[in-house]
Design a protein around this ligand. Structure first.
Ligand code: M1P
Length: 240
């Protein structure tokens, strides 16, 4: 049987600068791309944030959007699945403590955001301005704080079935083991997959899906590690 190709895109750092709108020229190109290809979104973000960043036209034109790392699934604006998991008190207390212990002092509120089937943890907080985000990105580049917190979290809670991944530019995504981006691959048994993401490194939240795709051992699947949205735009322009 001839299989179709699915184009699967992460959002923050892959289609946009983290938490910002799509570049207008790329958006125009991407709108056409979505018309002619089977396009899917997979992001740690919740649907309202993705909708704000990519716009209703694009979000209603893609075949499916896997939000919250596949724990919240949307088709043409309709929510078709939500994983009901919520974080246990002990793991939540670990995150509260990590927040208190951090030497980064700007705090902007909403540091532990429970989303369908996952939690986003951010020392900076979800209410940050662009400048505050840039300050945390610099701090984290120097200190590797997110990687340390995620590693400590996993050392303590992997045995209870939880896993933390560095995600986006300022946070960490936490979900039950296996309820990461890799869980979406079961929907692509009949398709070849081209996956574009910026967090493919060990411990990054695109890594589990990259690993799962590679484990299929198909010469027709591909994963693309991008440096930013411009890189994605160039790859798509060169190839199509
Ligand atoms: O997709 C992973 C994360 O990407 C962004 O993270 P940040 O704000 O730290 O750059 C956000 O969209 C976040 O919600 C998401 O989990």
């Amino acid at each position: 049987m001839h299989k179709l190709r699915a184009y699967v895109f992460d959002v923050d750092g892959t289609l946009t600068l983290s938490r910002t709108l799509m570049d207008p020229e790329f958006k125009k190109f991407f709108k056409k791309f979505v018309e002619y290809h089977k396009v899917y979104i997979v992001t740690g973000s919740d649907y309202p944030k993705t909708l704000e960043q990519l716009g209703k036209d694009t979000m209603h034109a893609v075949i499916r959007s896997y939000n919250c790392s596949g724990n919240s699934i949307w088709e043409r604006g309709e929510n078709i699945f939500n994983n009901p998991w919520t974080i246990e008190a002990d793991a939540n207390a670990f995150l509260e403590n990590a927040l208190q212990e951090s030497n980064f002092k700007i705090r902007t509120g909403t540091h532990i955001e429970q989303r369908p089937g996952m939690v986003n943890f951010s020392v900076l907080g979800r209410g940050a301005t662009t400048e505050q985000r840039a300050a945390y990105v610099d701090y984290d580049a120097d200190m590797g704080e997110r990687a340390v917190i995620a590693t400590q979290f996993n050392a303590l809670y992997a045995s209870t079935g939880l896993n933390a991944h560095v995600a986006g530019a300022t946070g960490i995504d936490i979900a039950p083991i296996g309820k990461d981006k890799s869980q979406i691959l079961k929907d692509f048994d009949d398709m070849h997959v081209y996956f574009y993401g910026d967090m493919m490194q060990e411990g990054g939240n695109d890594r589990p899906l990259k690993n799962a795709i590679e484990a299929r051992n198909s010469t027709q699947d591909r994963t693309f590690t991008v440096t930013d949205w411009k890189h994605t735009f160039n790859l798509l322009k060169e190839a199509y």
